[in-house]
Design a protein around this ligand. Structure first.
Ligand code: NAD
Length: 736
């Protein structure tokens, strides 16, 4: 066996997983075949009572190899075979193996004589690997607080389809399993035990011996799962019982409330849960496997897996990194200890990087330090950070007004006021004290990098690193190359983003870079509609039913109307006569300038907020200022306007070479502003909708609303040639 070791300790087999060529174990076809053979060996050897399945690595495993799933699909398609059959074959092999472990060779009628299997996980066990644990009769986990256990499949477009859904619902009931299944909630071993996901948490050094001892002492009944025993009742009740009916109704309503019904995997999972609850275990597993295969066949799931798993990982691993030596950051100097600077300081210190946090005077620097302390205190309160860890992180932060303290920094991130003159002055002051080979990055959100680099004596070492607010929560970081930015600066920025465990995209310089450039037209389109008299509730609901996690008027409130107003005024000033005012300007001016409504920050925006800042209903007077039109537009047209405002801007960014790689455009859109994740991102959305159909929608909207909906030449060309975005730019990934 290449991936497993088979030992025995008396009458107990120990099957140990250790893939030679991977740092983390994952389920592949070969792994499954070999484990199947090892299980057969246990079942057919009379001298063995059962087995412990464990791992020689620090973790058990990361799940099913999704790249392999994509390959099975591509291979079957290439050979002209039946793709569904090929995928079902793989899924069913996994199901059969886990069920074989669970039944343990017991007599099907009497349920007697089964072998006992215990799982012993030293660390993390996710997805398809956690489902292996669920198949076993008892689960042991080492007391490793860093370990993560659970079923994150739904977050990448799948659902736990190797028996996990069916087993968890039978263990915890439909409501008890909901957080794990629907939200992919991961927990450490202690919490997993409290939640009844695992049975025992033991010291690392006693992990295997405890599991072996349990197998050795196990009773015959230990080899029979509750759902295989007579009289089993689903916790919380099955669908057609007085107790279960409202539970299932609630679960269905809750799921749709959370997902707007746009995610194929949650709908399929619900069906698997519901239908599975009506039949016995073997049939329930078949149902689950079929629904799971249907999800694997759904192009939306494939697009989600492509963006949220395969490409996100490729980008994080450095798909766009220039080939230069390791440029990890040891000491980062952050200039400006305001909201952004403090946030960047926090995530850097947390990643073990030394931080010099500089502001104009000691008081301002201390405020930044206090912000970091506040974030850590929150972590302590929520038991995510220990007091020792807090002290360790804070000891990495030197808050000062003395620029000389920057002399040892290899990376600078400037986050002072958004004013080119102040930024230029700071650049020169900093460059006078930092090492000659240090990289200087600016966190500007609107000012072109090439212009800011003019203040630098070393423009090849000058770059944009654009964080999103709040820094500690937002996962995307945009890296912006100015005209003269060199490879070393790009590598440094990428290595830094990797160290702080965020996802980078690398784009070229242009007004608003990539993300903001796409978000602004989306928010504007919603405000234009308000100006036209479209009922704001209709706008918000249209966005939500598109699968946008935050509706546009709500998002405008969150980011603040003040910021929207400031951007509008600055753009107007910069563009002069070329600026085209729209109804969005009128709405902004009315709400912010005339009515003093700045958004959530002052408790009044498109929505009203209570004293605690909790969002209430839409501002009733909005309709007085912008009366609802007698005839409201078609819901689908509102949706098309909202999605195309984003999508067309992404296409223009690609056309203008601001966006270099469409994979980054898709991943960046989902992580940066929550672009409908079910679609896999704007380019994937076009491919799913069909480029020709998208052009037709553009033509109709252009005729009605003007040039902002004109299909860009790149889109027209792709449509005219019958191609897709992935077909043209990422041909090996076009199969989704
Ligand atoms: P902020 O006003 O909260 O903080 C700016 C800090 O810079 C203040 O503490 C100020 O005292 C300090 N400062 C000003 N001049 C300085 C100087 N000469 N030397 C040292 N320190 C000086 O602003 P912020 O929201 O943190 O934004 C900072 C930068 O980040 C801006 O360029 C902004 O465009 C950009 N940005 C902001 C956001 C956002 O959502 N707020 C998002 C991305 C990027």
């Amino acid at each position: 066996m290449n991936n497993w070791k088979f030992d025995t300790d008396g009458d107990v087999a120990i099957i140990t997983w250790d893939m030679a060529d991977r740092s983390m174990n994952v389920m592949t076809e070969e792994v499954i075949r070999e484990l199947d053979a090892a299980v057969d060996k246990v079942l057919t050897d009379d001298s063995l009572k059962g087995a412990v399945i464990t791992s020689a690595k620090s973790d058990m495993g990361g799940g099913v190899d999704l790249t392999m799933l994509a390959n099975i699909k591509a291979q079957a398609a290439k050979e002209g075979g039946n793709v569904g059959e090929a995928l079902f074959g793989f899924v069913w092999a996994l199901h059969s193996l886990y069920r074989k472990i669970e039944v343990g060779g017991a007599d099907p009628k009497t349920k007697k004589g089964g072998k006992v299997f215990a799982a012993a996980t030293p660390g993390t066990a996710l997805g398809g690997v956690f489902e292996l644990l669920l198949g076993c009769h008892r689960r042991f986990a080492a007391d490793n607080p860093k370990a993560k256990l659970g079923l994150p499949e739904t977050l990448v477009g799948l659902f736990p389809g190797a028996g996990g859904t069916t087993r968890l619902v039978r263990m915890l009931g439909v409501m008890g399993a909901a957080d794990y299944l629907l939200q992919g909630k991961l927990v450490n071993p202690k919490k997993a035990k409290a939640g009844m996901l695992i049975d025992e948490v033991v010291p690392q050094e006693e992990l295997v011996s405890s599991a072996v001892a349990w197998v050795r002492d196990a009773k015959e009944s230990d080899a029979v799962k509750p759902w295989d025993a007579k009289g089993f009742k689903l916790p919380g009740g099955a669908p057609y019982t007085p107790q279960g009916f409202p539970t299932f109704l609630g679960a269905i309503a809750m799921t749709h409330g959370k997902t707007a019904g746009v995610y194929p995997q949650t709908n399929a999972m619900l069906s698997a849960v519901y239908e599975g609850a009506l039949v016995d275990m073997d049939n329930a597993l078949k149902i689950e496997a079929r629904w799971f295969t249907s999800v694997l066949m759904d192009p939306r799931s494939a697009a989600m897996i492509r963006s949220l798993f395969v490409n996100k990982q490729a980008i994080e691993k450095g798909a766009r990194r220039p080939d230069v030596p390791d440029a990890k950051v040891k000491s980062v100097g952050i200039i400006g200890a305001g909201m952004m600077g403090a946030g960047i300081g926090f995530v850097s210190a947390r990643a073990g990087i030394d931080v010099v946090l500089v502001d104009r005077d000691q008081e301002a620097a201390d405020r930044g330090y206090a912000t970091i302390e506040g974030l850590l205190d929150e972590g302590v309160k929520r038991k995510k950070v220990t007091e020792e860890a807090k002290a360790g992180i804070l000891s990495k932060v030197n808050a000062t007004s003395d620029y000389a303290a920057l002399s040892g920094c290899d990376l600078i991130v400037e986050a002072v006021f958004e004013d080119p003159e102040i930024k230029a002055e700071v650049t020169q002051k900093v460059e006078a004290v930092i090492p000659k080979d240090a990289i200087f990055a600016t966190n500007t959100s609107t000012l072109p990098i090439t212009g800011l680099a003019e203040a630098s004596a070393r423009p090849d070492q000058f770059i944009g690193i654009h964080f999103f607010s709040p820094v500690h929560k937002m996962m995307l970081v945009e890296i912006i190359k100015g005209e003269k930015t060199g490879d070393l600066a790009v590598a440094k920025a990428l290595d830094f983003v990797r160290q702080i465990k965020k996802t980078p995209i690398v784009v070229n310089d242009a007004r608003f870079f990539y993300a903001n450039r796409c978000i602004i037209p989306y928010l504007n389109e919603a405000m234009i509609m308000v100006g036209e008299g479209v009922n704001p509730s209709l706008i918000e609901n249209a966005a939500k039913q598109l699968g946008m996690p935050v509706a546009p008027l709500q998002l405008t409130d969150e980011t603040s109307l003040e910021l929207g107003h400031r951007i509008m005024m600055a753009t107007k000033a910069q563009m002069g006569d070329a600026y085209e005012a729209s109804l969005a300007d009128d709405v902004l001016l009315k709400l912010f300038e005339s009515e003093g409504r700045a958004g959530r920050k002052n408790g009044k925006g498109f929505y009203d907020y209570d004293e605690k800042g909790k969002r209430q209903k839409l501002w009733p007077d909005l309709a007085k200022h912008f009366p609802h039109a007698d005839e409201q537009p078609d819901f689908e047209e509102i949706q098309n306007r909202l999605i195309l405002a984003q999508v067309l801007e992404a296409v223009r960014a690609k056309e203008e070479d601001v966006l270099v790689d469409i994979r980054e455009g898709d991943v960046g859109a989902i992580l940066g502003w929550g672009f409908a994740p079910w679609s896999g991102g704007p380019m994937s959305w076009i491919d799913l909708t069909g480029p020709k159909d998208v052009v037709a929608i553009c033509d109709a909207l252009e005729a009605k609303y003007g040039a902002r909906f004109t299909a860009p030449a790149l889109l027209k060309d792709i449509a005219a040639k019958g191609e897709t975005f992935y077909g043209r730019f990422q041909p090996q990934q076009a199969a989704a």
